[in-house]
Design a protein around this ligand. Structure first.
Ligand code: KG4
Ligand code: ZN
Length: 337
């Protein structure tokens, strides 16, 4: 069995996968203490990981009806993320692996989001779950910290075709939600509010004039700020759902245009999505309209989770006992993303 850990932000996650890649358990403990601060407080996140990590690992093993005796590989997110939070996962994984003489696979968090597509996707027909996606394919990763379009040529690496030049798509959702008085993390709240609104009610900028496949979301956030100011408190309250729907539409259109263009430019027809924003129903529906072969991971595999880290680890070379004693977390990306 593969035991995987993920603690890069505010979710304490552990999962158990079979060596063939079947997910036996996927435990996600959302800390739920950060909403009062309007964002994740790194120090609080680290402390909560420390308190939760052992119980989450035990729970993942119990749900998989297995024990550490059956674990043959430990995988862990090494970065990027909050360094104190990452360190809890890395130290825990090192302790378990070295106590048991097991190999340890350090995994890049972004590679993990891509690897969620190596797991069965959400059912699109009555036939049940969609089969795992095999490279080559295009993958749009849109999370709270990153937004990029990847050309996944093989299981262990990917080329970046485009990236955000400023805010990540999830960050845009969170900032927009905040302007509309919604709690953190704003994406799911904004999506719910948008369901009752008219996406055409306001014309927010889509930033589709940008050349190439890069993204930009900071102008959109400013446009919403000005609109809220112009409308005033009362009118903003009355039109919150329309504002949310139009704002969400602008993000979805920006993402969908780049995906469409990437399919045209590369000729690669198969596309998957990952990262927290991939849980968004409007994005899923819009992409299904422009991509013939869209692979959509279940929502629990889009937001941060350890199953995706285990899925990535299967295709990486693990460190052997003695080789990971000095293993450290890295807070920022290994590449410019
Ligand atoms: O991948 P993730 O769980 O963590 C990071 O690595 O950042 O992504 C979290 C982000 C947050 O910005 C959150 O607001 C956004 O994903 N998100 C959504 C939805 N669910 C989560 N955005 C839009 N619609 C959703 N349903
Ligand atoms: Zn993430």
């Amino acid at each position: 069995m593969i035991l995987a850990l993920e603690t890069s932000c505010d979710d304490t996650c552990a999962a158990v996968l079979t060596p063939a890649g079947a997910v036996r358990s996927n435990v996600i403990s959302s800390q739920g203490v950060h909403d009062q601060f309007g964002g994740v407080v790194p120090e609080i996140a680290s402390r909560h990981h420390l308190q939760l990590v052992n119980a989450v690992v035990d729970d993942a093993l119990a749900r998989a009806r297995t024990t550490l005796d059956d674990v043959s590989l430990v995988a862990v997110t090494q970065g990027p993320g909050l360094v104190g939070a990452l360190l809890v996962g890395v130290a825990t994984a090192k302790a378990i692996a070295s106590a048991r003489g097991l190999p340890l696979a350090p995994v890049d968090h972004l590679q993990g989001h891509v690897a969620a597509s190596f797991l069965p996707g959400e059912a699109t027909t009555a036939a049940g779950a969609a089969p795992p996606l095999e490279p080559p394919f295009l993958c749009l990763v849109a999370s709270g910290g990153h937004t990029f379009l990847a050309h996944v040529r093989d299981h262990a690496s990917f080329d970046v075709l485009g990236r955000t030049l400023d805010d990540a798509a999830g960050e845009a959702f969170d900032k927009g939600a905040r302007l509309l008085g919604l709690p953190y993390p704003g994406g799911p709240h904004l999506e719910r509010l948008a369901a009752d609104g008219d996406p055409q009610a306001f014309a927010f900028p889509v930033a589709d004039k940008l050349a190439g496949l890069d993204f930009s979301f900071s102008g959109l956030k400013t446009a919403l700020l000005y609109k809220v100011r112009d409308l005033g408190e009362q009118e903003t309250q009355a039109r919150r759902a329309d504002l949310a729907a139009a704002f969400q539409r602008a993000i979805v259109e920006a993402l969908a245009h780049r995906v469409e263009r990437a399919v045209e430019e590369t000729g690669v027809q198969r596309v998957s999505i990952g990262g927290g924003v991939a849980a968004n129903g409007a994005l899923r529906a819009r992409l299904a309209g422009v991509v013939d072969q869209l692979h959509v991971p279940p929502r629990a595999l889009c937001t941060d989770n350890a199953a995706m880290i285990g899925a990535a680890a299967r295709h990486l070379t693990a460190l052997r006992p003695g080789e990971y004693d000095d293993l450290d977390a890295y807070p920022t990306g290994r590449r410019d993303l």
